[in-house]
Design a protein around this ligand. Structure first.
Ligand code: ADP
Ligand code: GN1
Ligand code: MG
Length: 367
């Protein structure tokens, strides 16, 4: 492996014991650089996750790590087993991160063994389990003590602001790509009026601010290999104040289609109702106890909104020259955008049925 970073020097500053064995790139995240780190401890190989925080995206890594430390400490106090939450490894100086000589920020977590994260879910049980764990995550953070968490990315789910960013990218058209994606631009503009709906409800006091994960892509939850149970929420960089809908919406975006996020064959992209139902039931099994009636009513809408929002972020990045999300081929962001918009259409087609289901579940919750 190309030793781009001074791994041994970085790792030596964390409280990691035994002999350093190896470090290898790991996972499919679009933002941070993730590595699997192996140490030999008393003859046994032990794995860790080492991550370089993307500071182009997270401009204040010190506050971000403070958020994560507060959240993981709080979750650990509630958790009965060591695999139920991420565990940070601190440095020799008891800090949760190391800054290397080039100014990169690094952190280390215990590796959660015998569990897997899925880019595409295989069945309803996985959907139910993953959604239940994300709902429990929100429930566990309801009583987080101390000041409001820092917004690690301000306006992260402010959809109207995301539309404005797209419009700016279209005006500037830095890469001369706008004309070729007029259809996708129009797709967003024709739905622009709906994009402020959740923020309006929040301003009217109908849906409250909560502590939310904000990046509940289904590969950000680990599922136990043996039992199939959802065990741990990972990727905590965007845990901050938000609306419950941001989390449920992203579950619908990433958990209902049988095709991957960057599928080129759009005929494969569809919102599978059975998967939506499993997500909704799983989420309500844990979050049902604190959601109010309006929050519940707008869960189907959140699926549509967040899918549209992430689609427009991919489109914006395509227009700006692929500078935000990691890409692995030409047109990758555009492919991702198109799958999102296809999914939005599929959600729109099944919307009445989704609303009926949420109504039914709402009645059951009250029994
Ligand atoms: P990104 O922000 O780039 O998405 P993540 O924190 O989600 O990075 O990590 C990328 C991948 O690494 C995850 O999808 C998961 O497969 C794996 N991973 C992350 N943390 C752990 C952990 N503590 N134990 C096991 N696997 C992990
Ligand atoms: C990024 O970090 P990762 O890969 O889990 C992004 C999310 C997007 C997602 C799209 C901080 O998530 O907002 O929904 O890609 N994270 C950030 O796949 O921008
Ligand atoms: Mg991730």
């Amino acid at each position: 492996m190309n030793q781009k970073y001074e791994f041994q020097s970085i790792c030596s500053q964390f409280r990691l014991y035994g002999d350093f064995i190896s470090v290898q790139p790991y996972g499919n995240g679009h933002i941070n650089d993730t590595y699997q780190l192996t140490y030999c401890q008393s003859g046994k190989n032990v794995r860790y996750i080492l991550q370089r925080i993307n500071t182009n995206v997270f401009r204040n890594p010190v506050s971000l790590m403070d958020n994560i430390q507060r959240v993981t400490d709080h979750l650990q106090r509630k958790c009965t087993n060591s695999r139920g939450t991420l565990t940070l490894i601190l440095t020799e100086k008891w800090k949760p991160y190391v800054v290397d000589s080039a100014g990169n920020y690094w952190r280390v977590y215990l590796f959660i063994e015998n569990a897997i994260s899925y880019d595409v879910l295989e069945n309803e049980k996985q959907a139910y389990e993953a959604a239940k764990v994300f709902g429990q995550f929100q429930a566990d953070l309801v009583d987080l003590p101390g000041p409001r968490l820092i917004e690690t990315i301000p306006d992260f789910h402010n959809t109207p602001a995301r539309v404005a960013a797209l419009e700016k990218a279209v005006r500037e058209d830095k890469c001369g790509r706008a004309a070729s994606v007029q259809k996708e631009i129009d797709f967003v503009l024709s739905r622009k009026d709906e994009t402020g709906l959740l923020l309006d409800l929040n301003r009217q006091g109908l849906i409250p601010e909560r502590i939310t994960h904000n990046d509940t892509k289904l590969n950000n939850v680990l599922i136990d290999n043996a039992t199939g149970k959802g065990i741990c929420v990972i990727d905590l960089d965007t845990v901050m104040p938000g609306l419950a809908h941001y989390d449920f919406g992203d579950m619908v975006r990433t958990g209902t289609s049988p095709a991957p996020e960057d599928e080129k064959d759009l005929s494969r992209v569809t919102m599978q109702f059975n998967m939506f139902e499993a997500l909704l039931r799983g989420y309500c099994a844990s979050a049902g106890k604190f959601l109010n009636d309006v929050e519940l009513e707008y869960l189907p809408f959140s699926g549509k909104l967040i899918t549209l929002e992430i689609g427009m972020r991919f489109l914006t990045d395509y227009l700006e020259g692929d500078i935000y999300f990691k890409t692995h081929r030409d047109g990758h962001n555009l492919d991702r955008c198109r799958t999102q918009f296809k999914l939005v259409e599929s959600i729109e087609q099944q919307y009445d049925r989704m609303m009926k289901l949420v109504e039914e579940i709402g009645k059951d919750l009250k029994k």
